[in-house]
Write a protein that binds this ligand. Structure first.
Ligand code: C5P
Length: 232
């Protein structure tokens, strides 16, 4: 599995997303579709983008009882997405059920990755609300190991955690990393960021880049800059 740049298409409507993707012409970037767009437009937005030749990371972060997740993953697999995800907090049984549900009759399946702890969860919340006494760093690593042992392909994490995840779970266990900014760009609401070139050095397998591309004056040039720094 090669390194790639995934554009987070955090637009409110399908029309805006398709208009944005038009600008890329014959280039067909890997696209992340999140809950907002999926809930607004339904599965047809996945089909439309897929039919235009893009790979799709469907970021719906499933978390429910194993049977429900298995059946839901089977539906998502039928949409022909290339990558999807769930919350490792749902436990190993849920994750194994997800792998089963996602696997097609021919044995192939989309890449399945786990969210460990959301970056919006801080150490205080972990301790006082989730009642987890283990440190955040160790919790993230243990969840990554659970995901690996359940048959998943990788985790979403900060590029700053990519090396540690690879050390713990092996180099073929994928790290899909948001929180990427150009050296001369706006950080916005992201706190701990790396440039695409730094993320490459850190061993990220995929970078997820939203506003540095979607809000750029020239999104295609910004995307190409990411590819030049991260992939080439
Ligand atoms: O615009 P920006 O590059 O910050 O977008 C990053 C994308 O990655 C957004 O869709 C955001 O929801 C997602 N993401 C993140 N941090 C995580 C998990 C997902 O920024 N820990």
């Amino acid at each position: 599995m090669g390194k790639d740049v995934i554009i987070a298409c955090d637009f409110a409507s399908g029309a805006k997303t398709l208009e944005f993707l038009e600008r890329f012409g014959a280039k067909k970037p890997f696209v992340k579709i999140g809950m907002e767009l999926f809930y607004a437009e339904g599965p047809s937005i996945v089909e439309k983008i897929k039919n235009r030749g893009h790979k799709i990371f469907l970021d719906l972060k499933l978390h429910d009882i194993p049977n429900t997740v298995k059946k839901s993953m089977s539906v998502l697999s039928g949409l022909n997405v290339d990558m999807t995800n769930l919350h490792a907090a749902g436990g190993s049984k849920m994750m194994s059920a997800a792998v089963e549900g996602l696997t097609k009759p021919d044995g192939t399946r989309p890449i399945l990755i786990a969210v460990t702890q959301l970056t919006s969860t801080d150490s205080e919340t972990l301790k006082n609300e989730l009642l987890i006494e283990t440190t955040m760093a160790e919790t993230v690593m243990r969840y990554a190991e659970n995901a690996k042992n359940s048959g998943l392909d990788g985790v979403v994490c900060s590029p700053l955690e990519a090396q540690a995840v690879h050390k713990r779970c092996g180099n073929s266990f994928l790290t899909v990393t948001p929180g990427v900014r150009f050296a001369d760009g706006d950080i916005g609401d992201q706190k701990r960021v790396m440039t695409p070139a730094e993320a490459k050095k850190a061993g990220s397998d995929y970078i997820v880049v939203g506003r540095p591309i979607t809000a750029a004056d020239d999104p295609v040039a910004a995307y190409e800059r990411c590819v030049a720094e991260f992939v080439d």
